[in-house]
Design a protein around this ligand. Structure first.
Ligand code: PMP
Length: 392
């Protein structure tokens, strides 16, 4: 019996740099002490007050089917947050609550791409992007950016790819590069979308983690609210990765259709999770700042650990919980470096290859372990890189 291509072709096939991640996990299972700087999981857990709210909601009976679009309270809380942060008037009817940002990315592409349509995304990219697009039978087309321009996409590159496309997916603050798109870049993107009648899908799950510059939601730029679908999530902002709660924000008619999609797929998000998210958003920005603070601190520690050497260059991380390191001076590929570092120092980082063509010759370090262990791992990584460079 044959399976659908849409399913079996979700991943592109071939080596995609994830081998090192799975190898590290196997070493850990075998009892080796590996320092993992791989995936975007906080080293703190969801705040106990949020868990209490979740518990009370569940004990109180919110274990029945929840409203499919999201509870009225959570939709209103998300809409208020977006209005407050972006100054774009946003109402509950503009919000669909989804099981995490990932389901939001899937829904947003489902809204705008038919089978065979081309969906653009920026490379380096978050690992699931092309697969999410392919899972709809659409064609995933990367626009490759360069470390030389801080991984900011150019309007010219978008315009060159746009004529054949239906949508463009962007992500700022960016995973994996840490880039925060400048106003000039976002204005160029907005103009290209309007000229070429593209939908813009803006993944803003790291909007609370900005270390330099300002996060601008492109939905707030002139003429963009009607063609932008914003994907948001409680995962990164509130350390609620396992709760699976996020949203899509967009024009009310699009959200109306996406509610129909949710009715036929997820059938909503558990009510007690939504109540916990409503509680969390009701606490204002203080808890978000507390969740972001360790990454702000470790980003400074990264810059300090990399000062006074020139083998490794950090691509200036302006936001999010990662730093990209340019390791080309070692003569190794990202994958070669990550594999050799795992063997020599038992430190696991993600090779640039996992994030596309733009990140070749780089590795991504997740700043997701306690400060002392983090600094010590970085020092070992630098020492390792120096040795490799001397072998050249
Ligand atoms: N977008 C980006 C850029 C991410 O890094 C992630 C998770 N690592 C997601 C979306 C999905 O997050 P979630 O489904 O947990 O909201």
């Amino acid at each position: 019996m044959e399976l659908a291509n849409r399913l079996t072709k979700i991943t592109g096939g071939g080596s995609d740099g994830w081998d090192v991640f799975y190898r590290a996990r196997r070493m850990i299972d075998a009892g080796v002490a590996v320092t993992e700087l791989t995936i975007g999981e906080h080293d703190i857990r969801t705040n106990p007050d949020i868990l209490k709210a979740m518990h009370q909601a569940a004990i109180g009976g919110h274990t029945v089917y929840a409203e499919v679009p999201g509870t009225a309270k959570l939709r209103a809380a998300v809409a208020a947050r977006i209005t407050q942060r972006t100054a774009v008037p946003t109402a509950a009817e503009n919000i669909l609550i989804t099981p995490g940002g990932q389901a939001g990315l899937f829904a947003a592409h489902h809204a705008v791409c038919d089978q065979g349509d081309t969906a653009l995304y920026i490379d380096p990219y978050y690992a699931t992007y092309p697969g999410t697009i392919r899972s709809l039978g659409a064609v995933a087309k990367p626009i490759v950016t360069s470390p030389d321009t801080g991984f900011q996409p150019t309007k010219a590159a978008i315009e060159a790819a746009a004529p054949s496309a239906k949508s463009l997916l962007i992500n700022s603050p960016n995973n994996p590069t840490g880039t925060v798109y400048s106003e000039q870049v976002l204005t160029g993107i907005a103009e290209a979308c309007q000229t070429h009648d593209l939908w813009l899908i803006s993944d803003e799950v790291y909007d609370t983690q900005v270390w330099e510059g300002t996060h601008i939601s492109p939905r707030s730029l002139p003429g963009m609210a009607e063609r932008t679908l914003v994907v948001g999530s409680m995962s990164k902002s509130h350390a609620m990765t396992g709760s699976r709660v996020g949203w899509v924000c967009g024009p009310a008619d699009v959200i109306g259709h996406l509610i129909t999609l949710a009715t036929h797929t997820t059938y909503g998000v558990p009510g007690y999770i939504q109540d916990a998210a409503t509680f969390a958003l009701g606490q204002g920005t203080k808890p978000e700042e507390a969740v972001a603070a360790p990454f702000r601190r470790r980003r400074e520690l990264t810059l300090q650990a990399l000062a006074d050497q020139n083998v490794i260059r950090a691509v200036p991380a302006q936001g999010a919980m990662y730093v990209m390191l340019d390791i080309r001076a070692t003569g190794l590929s990202g994958e070669g470096f990550a594999n050799a570092l795992l063997d020599a120092e038992h430190i696991a980082v993600m090779p640039g290859e996992s994030f596309g063509q733009g990140a070749l010759g780089h590795v991504r370090v997740a700043m997701t372990i306690d400060d002392d262990s983090y600094v010590s791992a970085l020092q070992k990584l630098v020492g390792f890189a120096k040795k490799q460079a001397n072998l050249q």
